[in-house]
Design a protein around this ligand. Structure first.
Ligand SMILES: NC(=O)c1ccc[n+]([C@@H]2O[C@H](COP(=O)([O-])OP(=O)(O)OC[C@H]3O[C@@H](n4cnc5c(N)ncnc54)[C@H](OP(=O)(O)O)[C@@H]3O)[C@@H](O)[C@H]2O)c1
Length: 333
């Protein structure tokens, strides 16, 4: 079986929210590595929102052709190597794809040390699209300071869970927005945030007024849409709006709804700044060292929600958008 590759391919482009019919499981004989390449047995895939954007014909993150393997970052282990410096048994992180066995040039495989922390941490709390994203959003873009009031959206998800904890560690008062009372309880009881708002069941503007009567200094936004306007309306002078993502908009990238209250930025001398984590690649070692130290000290953690089997990757992507998980969503191969 080791030589068979099982992969999820794009059967048809979604129109709006993808359905399971947009994907197909295929099997093929495992390709042999060329000179400079290695074969990786994939162990876990990171389920990230950007995967949805790659299903479009045109995408910032690159487009998957019809019949092509769906994109995904992942971790796995080298099982065969013709790449100098990569030994069999080495754990690696890479854009491996939604498959069980990947053949990639050695230069694309980042060796990881899984002796102290499990390899899945390299997708989650220490991962580029989760922990590092939260770190740069909170510190480099949001410049969160002690005593400030910070609001985080999708706060019970992967990036949001880490962002909220990092803002607390920086000494801020943190309010998380999440869908449903169970997630709100998770924010306060497990992540230690000061308060949570159930955006599905509560009046968000009223609750923000109650919880942040002096206004909001930093908004770490993962969601966009209406919630962005709700927060913009209540920002303080010199507020920073961090555009990390806009998951409410990814099903219709050609008609993204922008904020209608953006003039609050002018009225309150505030700024809105977006970023992609890859803009900070030179600073990854610094952020990684800080995150690693926080995890080792027991001050930062991230729950994992794991679906078992490559065939469940399409379901996992739908789970991500439906919010059927808490913390980091992974597929175990
Ligand atoms: N800038 C970067 O470089 C970068 C890198 C990685 C990720 N991101 C962005 O970070 C954000 C979070 O990604 P993640 O991987 O950590 O996912 P996640 O937060 O683990 O999962 C997404 C969450 O979004 C919430 N959600 C879905 N639709 C929503 C809607 N219409 N309104 C409000 N909330 C909604 C759901 O939680 P509820 O149950 O609470 O609704 C869901 O759990 C995404 O926007 C992603 O694009 C940015």
């Amino acid at each position: 079986m080791a030589d068979i590759n099982r992969k999820i391919v794009l059967a048809e482009r979604p129109d709006g929210m993808p359905t399971l019919e947009c994907f197909r499981l295929e099997e093929e004989p495992g390709a042999a590595p060329a000179d400079g390449e290695a074969v990786v047995a994939i162990e876990h895939l990171s389920i990230d929102a950007f995967i949805r954007t790659t299903l479009e014909a045109d995408s910032y993150h690159g487009s998957v052709p019809i019949g092509g393997t769906v994109s995904a970052l992942g971790v796995g282990r080298v099982v065969e190597s013709r790449a100098p410096g990569l030994e069999v048994g080495q754990a690696v992180f890479a854009p491996l794809g939604a498959e069980t066995r990947a053949v990639l040039p050695g230069g694309m495989l980042q060796p990881i040390d899984d002796s102290e922390v499990p390899a899945t941490a390299r997708l989650g709390v220490l991962g580029m699209t989760t922990g590092l994203t939260a770190w740069f959003g909170i510190h480099s873009v949001g410049a969160v300071k002690a005593g400030e009031t910070v609001v985080v959206s999708a706060a019970a998800g992967a990036v949001g869970s880490v962002a909220g904890q990092l803002a607390k560690i920086a000494g801020a008062r943190v309010i998380g927005l999440a869908g449903g009372p169970a997630k709100v309880a998770y924010l306060t009881d497990e992540l230690g945030l000061d308060a949570g708002i159930d955006y599905k069941g509560e009046d968000v503007p009223a609750r923000l007024r109650e919880l942040a009567p002096d206004g909001i200094d930093v908004y770490f936004d993962n969601v966009g849409g209406e919630l962005l306007d709700d927060v913009l309306d209540q920002i303080r002078e010199r507020a920073r709006i961090v555009i990390c993502g806009a998951i409410s908009q990814y099903q219709n990238m050609n008609a993204v709804r922008g904020p209608s209250l953006y003039l609050r930025l002018a009225e309150r001398h505030a700024r809105m700044e977006g970023f992609a984590v890859t803009h900070f690649v030179e600073e990854f070692p610094k952020a990684d060292a800080e995150l690693t130290a926080l995890v080792a000290a027991g001050r930062l953690s991230l729950k994992e929600h794991v679906l078992d089997g490559i065939e469940r990757s399409p379901e996992a992507l739908l789970t991500l958008f439906g919010g059927g998980h808490t913390g980091k969503l992974l597929v175990k191969i």
